[in-house]
Design a protein. Structure first.
Length: 196
């Protein structure tokens, strides 16, 4: 019985330590987010260094991994490792989807279509919005177009078009230039493939 109590005490202590670490990571993440907002979303070298220090200090923190989404687009030697760390440690579906989209874009850019396809399909699996699903299908259409599988490409572009159309009910998305760019690019791709 004494061993069982000791195990429970040790597990409780470890849980408390992890909760305290996550709370500290959240506080430090909030400071960086406030600084980022105050600087008009400019990620300078100092901010990049602060985020990297947080990674070293709290490598398993979900909050710190959210910040990693901000840095992925920057050139870094550990880009692929950081992408995989973020994909595997984030539990929030919206952020997890974003991580898979960024990872899919990364693999697509380096022409690793197998990995990109896997990541876009995972993005669809976790997507919490039709806009995210539409983007994923659009990117899958691009991959199938590149490998000259035009019928698959057309299917994906059509699915993307359906998701984008159902997203247009959101006024904020209709004003978002990035969303409008995705919709336009998909329509152009769909029109191009229909004329082949």
């Amino acid at each position: 019985m004494g061993v069982l109590v000791a195990v429970v005490v040790v597990l409780s202590r470890n849980t408390s330590i992890k909760e305290a670490e996550e709370n500290n990571a959240l506080k430090e993440t909030d400071k960086i987010m406030i600084e980022l907002i105050s600087s008009n979303s400019v990620i300078d070298t100092n901010m990049k260094n602060n985020i990297n220090l947080l990674y070293a200090k709290y490598p398993d923190s979900e909050a710190v991994n959210y910040l990693g989404l901000l840095l992925i687009k920057l050139d870094s030697s550990d880009k692929e490792d950081r992408i995989n760390l973020i994909k595997n440690n984030i539990t929030n579906d919206w952020f997890k989807t974003q991580a898979f989209l960024i990872s899919g874009d990364y693999y697509s850019d380096i022409l690793d279509y197998k990995s990109a396809t896997k990541d876009y399909n995972n993005a669809i699996k976790y997507a919490s919005s039709n806009a995210q699903k539409g983007y994923s299908y659009y990117k899958l259409g691009n991959i199938y177009f590149e490998i000259n599988n035009l019928s698959e490409a057309m299917d994906y572009y059509k699915q993307a078009d359906n998701f984008f159309n159902s997203s247009k009910e959101s006024e904020s998305l209709n004003r978002d230039p990035q969303f409008q760019d995705w919709v336009s690019r998909n329509k152009i791709a769909l029109h191009r493939i229909e004329n082949l």
